[in-house]
Design a protein around this ligand. Structure first.
Ligand code: PLP
Length: 358
């Protein structure tokens, strides 16, 4: 039996996609082989790769002057690849720190250039986004980097920053959750294992004019210019992950695209936040204006009940609700592939649990 899996990543995938993978696992498109067993340079695989890119471009409305790359090394690899490709050793880069993933990106960028902390949400204990009017920007920075959705803290930007330098966004846990104006960005990257597909793939969407400035020591596998010239195949790509990502893009299209995703994600998150706020038993610490649609952390009034909550939830078919190991408490990740019924089952369980233990 399938459970409702609230894991933050790797995360639940659409059942229809998993069933299609199973269906064609040993004989992909009449080849007599699985998609894992064919050359990435074969015609059928190149067609698959091109189709996945075209579908992603269509979903996000990616303008023609952007390259879409399918790379490895996860979002964490991009923490290094971004400064290596976009900044010189003597460049200053601006970063906004809104929590755990921002912090990791900043730590890595510091190895490659001068980092200016343009804003830091420390004063709020990372429960909000510092207002843009207070940011300390560097004139002529190589770029400004931010994390639109902090997967651990559940803090999401309610706006796209307006800056004069290329805007770089780690969209790992929010890409495809709603329509997006890609033209506002210089570069977007997203690890796949939240809203795109299985782990092993990271998607980079980059404005062409930012390509070609990489430092000579940039690894081949993260060199945007080289990868763009070679169709993301300077080396062997993660073929299975790319194939499944392609199936997920088709699933999103069938479901009605990003507008439909947004409608469903808004409904799911509102239902969950309302249940938390009205309970007097659960609590979410995040500034209401900055609450994430994708990752909903919450704590119980009595933390001694955490273990009971998790084991009873598990028994009810609601899994992976423990908060990140760095913060504890609970977290429900409700990406595109989590159906509304999953959140309905969760809130019903939460109300029932509060009634019995409150
Ligand atoms: C999951 C996540 C990462 C890390 O991704 P990896 O694929 O493990 O490198 C980075 N940033 C954000 C916002 C994430 O959600």
């Amino acid at each position: 039996m399938r459970v409702f899996n609230f894991a933050a990543g790797p995360a639940t995938l659409p059942l229809a996609v998993l069933e299609q993978v199973r269906e064609e696992l040993t004989d992909w498109r009449g080849s007599g082989m699985s998609v894992m067993e064919i050359s990435h340079r074969s015609k059928p695989f190149l067609a698959l790769a091109g189709e996945a890119e075209a579908d992603l471009r269509e979903l996000l409305g990616v303008p023609a002057q952007y390259k879409v790359l399918f790379l490895q090394g996860g979002a964490a690899g991009q923490f290094a690849a971004v400064p290596l490709n976009l900044a010189r050793a003597d460049s200053t880069v601006d970063y906004v720190n809104t929590g755990s993933w921002s912090k990791k990106a900043i730590g890595e960028a510091k190895h490659y250039c001068r980092v200016n902390l343009a804003a830091d949400a420390a004063a709020s204990n990372y429960t909000t986004v510092p207002p843009e009017s207070e940011w300390r920007l560097t004139a002529g920075a190589a770029y400004l980097h931010y994390t639109p959705n902090e997967t651990i803290g559940g803090v999401e930007f309610p706006f796209i920053p307006r800056v004069d330098v290329p805007l770089v966004a780690d969209m790992s846990s929010t890409i495809l959750s709603r329509p997006l104006d890609v033209s506002r960005f210089g570069l977007i990257y997203a690890g796949a294992q939240k809203n795109i597909g299985p782990a092993g793939l990271v998607v980079v969407i980059v404005r062409e004019e930012l390509i070609g400035r990489s430092r000579t020591e940039t690894p081949l596998v993260w060199n945007y210019a080289g990868m763009a010239a070679e169709g993301s195949m300077s080396n062997t790509p993660p073929t299975l992950a790319w194939y499944i990502a392609g199936l997920v893009f088709k699933w999103v299209k069938r479901e009605g695209g990003l507008a439909a995703m947004a409608e469903c994600n808004r409904a799911k998150s509102q239902l969950l936040y309302r249940t938390i706020d009205e309970s007097g038993f659960y609590r979410n610490p995040v500034d209401v204006a900055c609450r994430s649609w994708m990752n909903v952390p919450f704590v119980l009034a009595n933390p001694e009940l955490d273990k009971t909550f998790l084991s009873e939830a598990q028994a009810a078919g609601l899994t992976n609700l423990a908060g990140h190991r760095s913060v504890g408490g609970m977290r429900a990740s409700i990406y595109n592939a989590m159906p509304l019924e999953g959140v309905q089952a969760l809130v019903q369980f939460m109300r029932e649990f509060a009634r019995r233990h409150g």
